[in-house]
Design a protein around this ligand. Structure first.
Ligand SMILES: Nc1nc(=O)c2c([nH]1)NC[C@@H]1CN(c3ccc(C(=O)N[C@@H](CCC(=O)O)C(=O)O)cc3)C=[N+]21
Length: 291
């Protein structure tokens, strides 16, 4: 039976660490500030943004709420980003994705100052992440959360075989780069990979980030492997008040019989994403202080 990695508990530890740092900074009048920008009123985005703003309040980070209409022009959104870039009380800027279709996401992410890019999505930060011997100013939160779950559970990746399922810009690609930086031997499988299970079966560490509910079964997993499930797929569940429940990309019941370590959904990677966002904001605030 796999050891279940409790992301909620580990994220709570991180929040306590962050809160202590925020208190120290605040006592010298350097209260960290995070701008959380939402465009439009997608239900899922509103839920995530509210979680992030609430988490800021809990640890003492000043959250700067920017709520913009769905039909805002790209030019006006760029102007908002520039205003936040110039605001000395703002140390981190998060523009919630996805953006409405008429706005070029790449353009917006490129306009965020790399010193305030707490999501780590600016092409310059991604470029540095991809290069040997270079360090980005910020590492994307979900991938960083995956690495933190492994290290705080005593799983080392150096010299291990790691397989990432999925190649998205926000998870699959950056987590592959982080594993590589941590000296794992990394393979990426994706929707066009023939027979992905035979490759996943070789992995000591599996990162599941495909966005396909319960696609990874027990017979895909090498006995004892560490499995990190990034999937957050909502499936209909009439027994719930909400009418749905969240499931991962991993078939939890099946894989827990084979894996050595496994993260649940919810309560695994999700809370870590928010924890790392808070941590990145504090790191940004600390860098902003000139002695
Ligand atoms: N610019 C940007 N940065 C992001 O980091 C970003 C984004 N856009 N767009 C959407 C995704 C998604 N995301 C999640 C954050 C927390 C949970 C989380 O805490 N989930 C809880 C459950 C929450 C629930 O019950 O609904 C859990 O897994 O336990 C999940 C997903 C951040 N994202």
């Amino acid at each position: 039976m796999a050891q279940i990695i409790d992301g909620k508990a580990i994220a709570a530890d991180i929040r306590r660490e962050v809160a202590a740092e925020v208190a120290a900074l605040s006592s010298t009048h350097n209260v960290p500030g995070l701008a959380v920008v939402i465009v439009g009123s997608r239900k899922d985005s509103q839920t995530y943004v509210n979680m992030k703003r609430k988490a800021c309040a809990e640890v003492g980070i000043r959250s700067v709420d920017v709520d913009l209409p769905e039909d805002i022009s790209e030019t006006a959104l760029v102007a908002e980003v520039h205003r936040l870039n110039a605001d000395p009380a703002v140390h981190g800027i998060l523009v919630q994705l996805p953006l409405p279709k008429h706005i070029n996401e790449e353009k917006i992410l490129t306009e965020i100052s790399i010193e305030k890019d707490v999501d780590g999505f600016h092409p310059l930060n991604i470029g540095k992440l991809a290069m040997k011997g270079r360090e980005p100013l910020f590492v994307p939160c979900t991938p960083k959360g995956c690495m933190e779950l492994l290290s705080r559970s005593g799983v080392t990746v150096k010299g291990k075989r790691a397989v990432v399922v999925g190649r998205s810009n926000i998870v699959g690609l950056p987590v592959s780069l982080l594993l590589l930086k941590a000296d794992a031997t990394v393979s990426i499988v994706h929707s066009r990979t023939p027979d992905p299970e035979s490759i996943v079966r070789e992995a000591d560490v599996v990162i599941a980030a495909a966005g396909q509910a319960m696609m990874i079964k027990g017979d895909w997993i090498k006995p004892g492997a560490a499995v990190i499930d990034v999937g957050t797929n909502s499936v209909d569940d009439p027994t719930r008040k909400s009418g749905y429940r969240l499931v991962g990309d991993v078939d939890f019941g099946d894989v827990s019989k084979v894996a050595g370590y496994l993260t649940p959904v919810p309560g695994g990677v999700g809370p870590m994403t928010v924890g790392m966002l808070l941590k990145n904001t504090v790191d940004g605030a600390k860098r902003g202080i000139v002695e």
